[in-house]
Write a protein that binds this ligand. Structure first.
Ligand code: IPE
Ligand code: IPE
Ligand code: MG
Length: 243
């Protein structure tokens, strides 16, 4: 079995899952947050090296303010738990997205999570928090413009795909091989649009709080049945023509 090196997940359906149980949406978020740990362990056990989960998008601020407040509160406790879990499971955690809109305490928790896990050698776990692909790209372009102004970049020809990627939040992280979106929707919702250029896409009706290690295995099985191509050539056999 070919295990994807990097799996990206859009964890969706917390609210609908809770509703199906006649519970408030926040119950779904609480269970969903708990499931992140379960799937981190599962990913590590399966030999996945990078896991990136979408926890809160730049668009999610538009939700009902009570829900946004509840989510932020949940992220406070979740990040405290994550600091412990990273230590116990040897996970290296990174944050993608713009933390500047998050409150001070949450930003401090995130910094502690990243700093305290920097030397860990197990699963590379990326938390996408206040993340939006368009926002990430605009922030990257601003940084490039600043470096052009200061003379660090002197010729527009220096701006290559590799250079551009090094300005993204995912610099140093390989592109995802597999994207999983739970709960039935089939769209990217502003997630990793640059990085997913050649990922295999897998959609499952299972809502995130009910998504298990078995479901992750099913996604990997489906991934194994795909013939990955890149530019019309079978991946890994780039000199083999595809007819
Ligand atoms: C995913 O579940 C969690 C976040 C986006 C924060 P949703 O909250 O989107 O749940 P549904 O899609 O409304 O069921
Ligand atoms: C995408 O889910 C964002 C996260 C999973 C954090 P949403 O539920 O917010 O996306 P849409 O609105 O259905 O596209
Ligand atoms: Mg949703």
């Amino acid at each position: 079995m070919d295990i994807p090196r990097h799996v990206a997940i859009i964890l969706d359906g917390n609210g609908r899952w809770a509703k199906s149980k006649r519970m408030p949406r926040n119950y779904g978020h609480v269970k969903g947050a708990a499931n992140v740990e379960v799937i981190c362990r599962a990913a590590d056990e399966l030999g996945i090296k990078y896991l990136t989960v979408y926890l809160f998008s730049t668009e999610n601020w538009r939700r009902n303010q009570d829900e946004v407040r509840a989510l932020m509160k949940l992220f406070h406790s979740y990040t405290r738990t994550a600091i412990r879990q990273a230590r116990e499971n040897n996970m290296r955690c990174r944050v993608i997205g713009d933390p500047s809109a998050l409150d001070e305490t949450l930003q401090n928790n995130l910094r502690e999570l990243v700093e305290s896990s920097r030397e860990n050698t197990g699963l590379n776990f990326q938390l996408a928090l206040n993340y939006g692909s368009r926002d990430e790209i605009v922030r990257a372009v601003r940084s490039i413009a600043r470096d052009a102004q200061s003379g660090k970049i002197q010729d527009p020809g220096q701006i290559t795909e590799d250079l551009f990627a090094s300005y993204l939040d995912t610099a140093d992280i390989p592109d995802p091989d597999l994207l999983i979106r739970t709960s039935g929707e089939q769209r990217l919702s502003n997630y990793l649009m640059w990085q997913l250029a050649y990922a295999e896409l897998y959609f499952t009706p299972v809502p995130w709080p009910a998504f298990t290690k078995k479901d992750l295995e099913l996604a990997i099985e489906a991934y194994n049945q795909r013939t990955r191509r890149f530019g019309g050539l079978v991946k890994g056999e780039e000199d083999t023509e595809v007819h």
